[in-house]
Design a protein around this ligand. Structure first.
Ligand code: NAD
Length: 329
């Protein structure tokens, strides 16, 4: 089928383009290229890259008029939770209004299947871990997380009013690179932990900072569920198949079911890279939940999906990727 992937020149989007192309889907990428790279979309096998913004209604009308697109997978968004606390408007405009513009264009062209990049940030610091989909206590601690929750709510009402069927995939912390070393994350534009640790391991940064070593966790550092980017990409393909088969909206938490602390990520990187880089403990950052990991048994049951890769694979693939791409992409 012909699929539009917004943000398909970015980190997770490009891996998903590749999975779709491997299964003979035709993929068109729409990306502003503000944070993505045309080469990533091309390397992933997209048949066409349209440079543009999801807020551009005329561009979307043209695109949907030209191409017989049957489903949209929507990655395009800003993702820096810390920045969103300082600049909430930037996040609500791009992540919420930009998504609504896309949904409205889809309705004008009768496209009714949508897969949304949601996030564990909608939960904030959960009352219980692991977090399953029965957890209806949403407490985003940043405008970024709030923007994802707002879109999930918009999707509920667009289904009721217009029959637009969507799957929201709430990723936990995406990390790692493709196993063949061809697709990975651009560390010049990301503030995620794994690329920052890689910078230190490869001598591109003087040290790695731990933002808060006094959290109520076993080693004092925050705990996250790091999930390999290829596992996430596969989940999107399964979600697309689910929409085709059941034509029903749904939400899934995607993680490995295990939490790793910031210190564990650092120690694993030191072991795999053999580099004993400097680690600095500094004050907490705003918008950082303490500990969170996923219960992904619903995705396992209904999407027939389960994470295959562990933290060692994440760190090994990330390390190889960054070593070979020292200037980002
Ligand atoms: N990386 C993670 O750990 C993580 C976790 C949970 C959710 N997510 C979500 O997954 C999605 C993809 O994340 P990523 O890590 O690949 O980020 P990324 O920054 O690598 O990719 C996002 C892409 O979207 C593009 N973009 C942004 N706004 C746009 C717009 N309005 N119109 C067109 N293009 C636009 C950027 O140029 C970029 O190429 C995002 O929605 C993010 O919030 C990511």
């Amino acid at each position: 089928m012909k699929v539009l992937v917004t943000g398909g020149a970015g980190y997770i989007g490009s891996q998903t383009v590749r999975e779709l192309v491997n299964l003979n889907h035709e993929v068109i990428v729409l990306d502003s290229l503000e944070l993505g790279h045309a080469q990533l979309a091309e390397a992933a096998g997209a048949s066409r890259l349209v440079e543009g913004n999801t807020a551009d209604a005329a561009l979307l009308d043209n695109l949907f008029g030209q191409e017989q697109i049957e489903a949209v997978i929507h990655f395009a968004a800003y993702k820096n939770a810390g920045e969103s606390v300082e600049k909430p408007g930037k996040y609500f405009t791009n992540n919420v209004a930009g998504t609504q513009s896309l949904l409205d264009a889809m309705l004008r062209h009768n496209i009714k299947h949508f897969i949304f990049s949601s996030s564990c940030a909608i939960f904030g610091t959960p009352q219980n871990v692991p977090v399953s989909e029965t957890n209806n206590f949403f407490n985003p601690e940043s405008p970024y997380g709030e923007s994802k929750l707002m879109v999930e709510k918009v999707l509920k009402w667009y289904d009721l009013a217009h029959g637009l069927k969507s799957i929201s995939l709430r990723y936990f912390n995406a990390a790692g690179a493709s196993l063949d070393g061809k697709l990975g994350e651009d560390w010049t534009v990301t503030l995620n932990l794994v690329p920052l640790v890689m910078k230190a391991a490869l001598g591109k940064a003087p040290s790695v900072k731990i933002f808060g070593a006094d959290y109520p966790t076993p080693d004092g550092t925050c705990i996250r569920d790091y999930i390999h980017v290829v596992d996430l990409a596969v989940a999107h393909v399964r979600a697309l198949e689910y929409l085709q088969e059941f034509n029903q909206s749904n939400q899934y938490n995607l993680g490995t079911g295990h939490g790793s602390s910031v210190r564990q990520v650092i120690d694993t990187t030191k072991r795999i890279s053999g580099s004993d880089f400097k680690v600095e403990e500094v004050t907490r950052r705003p918008g950082d939940p303490v500990a969170i990991w996923a219960d992904s048994s619903k995705a396992e049951r209904e999407l027939k999906w389960k994470a295959r890769y562990d933290l060692d694979t994440i760190i090994r693939t990330a390390y190889e990727w960054h070593k070979n791409h020292p200037n980002g992409y």
